[in-house]
Design a protein around this ligand. Sequence first.
Ligand code: ADP
Length: 542
Amino acid sequence: MLGAMMNYPLTLAQILDHANRIHGDKHVHTLLPNGKMDTYNYAMLYRRVKQLANAITELGIRPGDRVATFASNTYQHLEIYCAVPYAGAIIHPLNVRLAPTQLAKIVEEADDKFIFVDGTCAAQFSQLQYKIDCRRVVLFNANHVHDKNLTDLSIDYENIIAEAEDNYISDIPDENWAMALCYTSGTGGEPKGVLYTHRSMFLHTLAVNQADVFGLTESDVVMPLVPMFHAMGWGLPYAAMFVGADIVLADTNNERIVDLIAEIGVTVAAGVPTVWTKLLPEFRKRKQDISSLQRLIVGGEPIPSSLIEAYEKELGVEVRHAWGMTEMSPTGTFCTLRKAHQNLPDDEKWKIKAMQGRPIPGVQMRLVNENGTELPWDGNAIGEVQVKSPWTVSSYYKNEPTPEHFTVDRWLRTGDLATINSEGYMQIVGRAKALIRSGGESISTVALENVLLKYPHVKDAAVIGIPNEKWGERPIAVVVLSSKTNENISEILKCHLASEFPKFWIPDRFIIVDEIPKTGVGKTDKQAIIELITASQKGELL
Ligand code: ADP
């Protein structure tokens, strides 16, 4: 027998309407490139979203059309993020740091009808611009653009908003209607498109807003230092709006980020480990005035326990580790301590916090070996993580589900290799392709990197496998030192690792570099490292 409850579609419009009605006085702050702040409230955001929804309809954008953005984190980007799905179209945030050829391919596949371009990203856009009809560009922050062709041909964002009424009424009858298209960041190969529905994003928003996940409340001031094009800004814009938290939008490279945290009283900030490594020295200097900052949400890559320790012990800022992927909207697991862990020594707590955590409610997870056999959750067995949830992709955009990505019983194959312990805490040991196979045994690059980073003079480290005739593959470490040293660092690091790992795990070579190459979203770029190693064959080998 079917139940007798309202069939009430779960749509983004509800999130927006609620944010306006209940939290209309809450703020959206944007740090402008000149270091100044722009602030308005949710009521104003709502009004402009309604105007923009009318304006894009006027431009000919219809439900189901893809509308790209090429933008940094700004209030305009947030408006587009809201207005496009509000009008039934599909928001497609482009990763501004991808190579122009890759971007052109993505724009072609997505068949974007218009691109909303942030003038502050004009330099990156210039290489893509020639592959695109500029009459399909809607430009904001145009004062940063020096290309007359672009300013002449494009449509002015503020003009179309000014000319539009603020009476748009959203009407999305089916919660399974598509609302956003986001491509993976391309760390493990070519970017792939994930098409979210209103329902999946609504449920993801509710799920991450639980106390043991992001735990945002109306009292929070949230600063997503993750670009809005990286896995939908990890769901933070919609999550913050639904609970009525103030939002602070800023570019991670802006020098005033730490000032801003102090001035506005940011309580929760989110970003990849690279961001927190970079900001740590600045935070150390300014210990006193960042006391508002209660916790960091860190994900996208494993966070080393040494970094967790620095934030928690020195700065009193709690670190919460998240794992997910664009395919999961993106949240899959979240690491909070159990009640049973509360009395553990700090060292033990940091070890747990460096794990990727437990599946959040709504996410089903299993570990599977190469033969398709399910493995036990004993903290030892390593297998591929497979997932199911209402916010997990069922097939990539414009592609049929293939066995490479989906199992016969319709679980998503994440390509991540992990252990899960009896308490349900997952620990990623590498991506399927990143795990080094040496003499038939597995070597975890993540575990090696974690221990390398604990050595006092090591600022950054990455381990990769290179082909080896005898063993199949052997590990090589690429290391950034915090200060120059005359010691035989290679031997020292070998000894340091030998205390924790079997002999065959120890990298054959240690290459010292000034910087480890990162991808557009700040993850270690292993492909670029392979190129770096090839180039350094005769170079700085120790
Ligand atoms: P891409 O797959 O191109 O990197 P995503 O940004 O969606 O695009 O990345 C998802 C992947 O990032 C995951 O499959 C996993 O390999 C990695 N990842 C995300 N969070 C973590 C984490 N906390 N620890 C380890 N790896 C992570």
